[in-house]
Ligand binder design. Structure first.
Ligand code: SF4
Length: 397
């Protein structure tokens, strides 16, 4: 299959580097790579209606790339703001403010507090943020408790400063570095703590820049980028010289959870086709099975999900596959924000049927009761091993 990709690349011209994706090439490659069981309607790429560029971000080189991508995606409202403030986001109602913010991409300069990498257990040694916010509409969104104000997506224009954290922190990790299980990964850097970087990639190019620069060895040989996504637009990423220094994990879930609660994301078969494409392109890959919920028939639903993943990855050479499993939880503040955004949600957030867990700072989160947790954990551990023996389970939480 890789030789087919090379032949197609030769036929359609140079698609390497961080240039814009070649849609025709990607379509042909995707058609070639997809198993019949993975067919899904094409995912609509997110294109913001409004792009606001703060004055300090306006003249940075990465901003020019973002503008180029936005223009070629058809955005016609691209404005440079007079200062640092993003104004005009407030609508007449909470609903209107939400809709406006979700349709806006802000191009800003990451402040110094954001630029300092922070440890991010259990995923990675450090966190680096390419952006903050996400245009999708997941009714359980894990960002809900951590974003202040309207949920606008902010992409960081000073990408050199963001990536500089990889240089300063390479070799200094203590979360995955030095452990028996994951020490071989090198210093790990998580890029999806506050965004879904693939969901905005067509209009930012930040992910391609990070993957290519880490692939080039600019930050040393012993670093690994990581990100997780619910999107499938990997046409450009499969052409990059990544040197296996990036692990992409696809966030997957039972059909009932994904179809009901994950608005604006790629459907599950499309995510699995993208997982296959990335694995075929030599990336290290993974599953973020999250947030798992004991919905009716959960064993059957998660069982067929694992079987579909096994089918998608059955014949990948040098497969490096991991799994991270995260149960659903919420906090009082995330519940309040989510009910403001999705007042009619059917998502179960009933404190009475949950157990309380306290963080070391005294915050409360609501998780499933002990017995449900134990049942799900036993099932997932056994079935992952049985149905997807190639997967290395990194953690369960
Ligand atoms: S894709 Fe992730 S970040 Fe985006 S809305 Fe869904 S849960 Fe939130």
């Amino acid at each position: 299959m890789l030789s087919a990709v090379r032949e197609l690349s030769a036929f359609f011209g140079d698609v390497s580097g961080t240039s814009a994706p070649c849609p025709l090439l990607y379509q042909v490659m995707t058609d070639l790579m997809m198993e019949s069981t993975l067919v899904s309607p094409p995912t609509r790429l997110w294109v913001p209606k409004h792009v606001m560029i703060t004055r300090p971000a306006a003249d940075l080189p990465h901003t020019a790339e973002i503008i180029r991508r936005c223009e070629s995606a058809g955005v016609d409202d691209i404005r440079v703001m007079p200062g640092n403030a993003l104004t005009g986001l407030k609508g007449a109602s909470e609903r209107e403010t939400y809709a406006k913010a979700k349709n806006t991409l802000a191009v800003v300069v990451a402040p110094p507090s954001t630029l300092k990498p922070q440890p991010i257990p259990p995923s990675a040694d450090w966190r680096v943020d390419l952006a903050k916010g996400c245009p999708a509409h997941c009714q359980y969104c894990y960002l809900a408790g951590s974003l202040a104000g309207p949920p606008v997506t902010r992409v960081y224009a000073n990408i050199d400063d963001v990536l500089a954290g990889i240089r300063t922190h390479a070799g200094r990790g203590a979360i995955t570095s030095g452990t028996v299980e994951r020490g071989h990964e090198g210093t790990t850097f998580e890029m999806s703590c506050y965004t879904d970087p693939l969901g905005i990639e067509n209009v930012t190019g930040s992910l391609a820049a990070a993957i290519s620069r880490v692939g080039s060895g600019e930050f040393g040989d012993d670093v690994q980028l990581r990100f997780t996504t619910k999107f499938d637009d990997v046409g450009e990423l499969v052409t990059l010289d990544h040197q296996r220094r990036t692990r992409v994990r696809f966030s997957v879930n039972a059909a009932d959870v994904a179809n009901r609660f994950e608005g604006g994301t790629a459907r599950m078969p499309a995510r699995l086709a993208a997982l296959r494409s990335m694995a075929l392109a030599g990336y290290r890959v993974g599953l973020t099975i999250a947030p798992i919920m004991p919905v009716p028939g959960w064993r059957e639903q998660y069982g067929s999900l694992l079987d579909d993943v096994a089918t998608a990855l059955a014949d990948i050479p040098d497969l490096d596959l991991t799994a991270e499993i995260i149960t659903h939880r919420f906090t009082p503040s995330s519940k309040e924000v989510l009910l403001g955004w999705y007042p009619n949600t059917k998502l179960e957030m009933d404190e009475a049927s949950r157990s309380q867990k306290r963080s070391k700072f005294g915050g409360v989160k609501y998780v499933y009761p002990k017995q449900t947790m134990a049942e799900m954990r036993a099932w997932f551990t056994a079935e992952l091993e049985r149905r997807l023996p190639a997967a290395r389970l990194l953690y369960w939480t």
